[in-house]
Every structure is written in structure tokens, then in C-alpha cells.
Design a protein around this ligand. Sequence first.
Ligand SMILES: NC(=O)c1ccc[n+]([C@@H]2O[C@H](COP(=O)([O-])OP(=O)(O)OC[C@H]3O[C@@H](n4cnc5c(N)ncnc54)[C@H](OP(=O)(O)O)[C@@H]3O)[C@@H](O)[C@H]2O)c1
Length: 252
Amino acid sequence: MNATTRPTALVTGASRGIGAATARELGARGYRVAVNYFSNREAADQVVKVIEADGGEAFAVRADVHDPGQAAELLRRSTADGRLDVLVCNAGAGFTPTPVRTLPWDDFKAKVTDELASVYTLTQQAMALMGAQGRGRIVYVSSSVADGPPAPGMAAHGTAKSALNTFARFVAHEAGPLGINVNVVAPGFVRTEASAGMPEEFQRSLAERTPLGRVAEPEDIARTIAMLVGEDAGFVTGEVLTVDGGRGVVRM
Ligand SMILES: NC(=O)c1ccc[n+]([C@@H]2O[C@H](COP(=O)([O-])OP(=O)(O)OC[C@H]3O[C@@H](n4cnc5c(N)ncnc54)[C@H](OP(=O)(O)O)[C@@H]3O)[C@@H](O)[C@H]2O)c1
């Protein structure tokens, strides 16, 4: 495939975990992938190398997506001739689960604000570009914790992701007439560095209570995102797709 004919995809937080797997998946499917990272240049370069070794095209771009100026610059540097086909907002900063009664307001506010800040400017600018093209795909990475039973210590994270799900519906409504599909992928527990602190015993027990019999790998989420940005999902927008092996249908 000629470099100039590849559709362009920007994946935020693509140096590790779900974002890295998504960048690799989209690279393998013929996208020219902008691999956004924040602090881990080496890991981002490694993702680029793997995509290139597979015959794909990718490049690393540093930006703190919480900063509107950096987000705007990230989008500018990621496009090819002003074109952007796919935006995957995945970046997520780590956090320590904390009960509401001991969580200071400023920390709660920062968590919710950062979650929305990490998608807001990118969404606005992507809508302008994709709207001018008459087509585009946006996927937000949320969490099943937003709509599932309240998990201990996850009030800030769950509220932030819930706000993201709601934001996505409004964007889908506004962006549909421009030819842009907007969807949310809501993973359950996924084995990444962010979740590595969860004890083995917890993961085993979770797998036993999951109908599909295991916890998710980043590739499970990446393939779902790739499906949503592909042609087969052309009439799907405004949806929150839970990817948890059926865990959410089990009431224990
Ligand atoms: N893992 C799970 O169980 C799980 C479950 C449900 C939802 N999710 C969601 O899935 C997404 C990815 O999670 P993950 O587990 O893959 O996380 P991860 O392995 O910790 O990776 C986080 C990624 O986000 C990047 N990042 C962090 N802050 C950033 C910032 N300010 N600007 C740009 N990039 C930033 C990191 O970049 P650097 O390495 O360069 O700093 C890294 O590439 C998050 O939105 C998370 O809430 C995860």
C-alpha cells in the first residue's frame, strides 16, 4: 500500500497497554498510525518499530492530552495533508482507588476534568477535519465501571467515565450529519501495566466469574476498536460497547 493512500489514525496513550495494542492492530489493518505518548518515548518507539516491521507506517508524537494547546498540536502533527480518518481517545493516567469519604474535592475534580480534557480539544478539532472530509470515526475508551455496580474506591474514575459516555452521545448526535461515527468501548478488567497491581487471586476469581472464562488482554479491546472504525460498523454510532467477556451479565 502506498504511504499517501493510507488512511490516518491517531491513538492517544499508545505507548503501552490498550493504546499500544490498538495502534498495532490499526497499523496491521493498513492505517498510517500516529502513536501518541506522554512520558515513555522508548515504549512508543517500540510500538512504531513493531508496526513498521509488519510492513505498516507509524510515528511517535509526544503530547500531554490534558493540555488543550498540546492536544491541538498533536492533532496537527498527526494528520496527513490535513486528513484524519480515525481518532481513538484512549490515554488514561493511573490513579489510586479511594473511597469518597477520604477523597479530597480537588482530587475528585482533577480526575473528572482530566478525563474530559483529554478528549475535548481533540474531538472539536477532529470534528472540523472529518466534517470537511465528510467522514470519520471517533472512539473513546471508557470503562465498564461507569455503568456497572459501584466498585469500591472507584467513584472518581467511574464518574469521569460516565461523563465520557454521556459526552460521546452528544458528540454522536452533532457529528452524525457530518458523516462522523462516534462510539465508546467500555472494557472490564484488562491486563495492562495500569491494572498490574491487582492481586493474582483477584484476577483468577474474576476469570472464574466471567462467562468467557478469562480476563481481557489489550488485544481484545484493540480488535473491538478496529471493528468499530471499520466498514462493517458503518451504521453504528452513539453506542457504548462493553467488552468484558460477559462479566456484566453475571450478578455476583
Ligand atoms: N486496564 C484496565 O483494566 C482498564 C479497564 C477499563 C478501562 N481502561 C481504560 O483504558 C485506557 C488505557 O488504559 P491502560 O490500562 O492501557 O493504561 P496504561 O497501560 O497505564 O497506559 C496508559 C497510556 O496512557 C498514556 N498517558 C497517560 N497520561 C497521558 C497524558 N496526559 N497524555 C498522553 N498520554 C498519556 C501513557 O503514556 P506514557 O507511557 O508515555 O506515559 C500510556 O501510553 C484508559 O482510558 C483506562 O481508563 C483500562
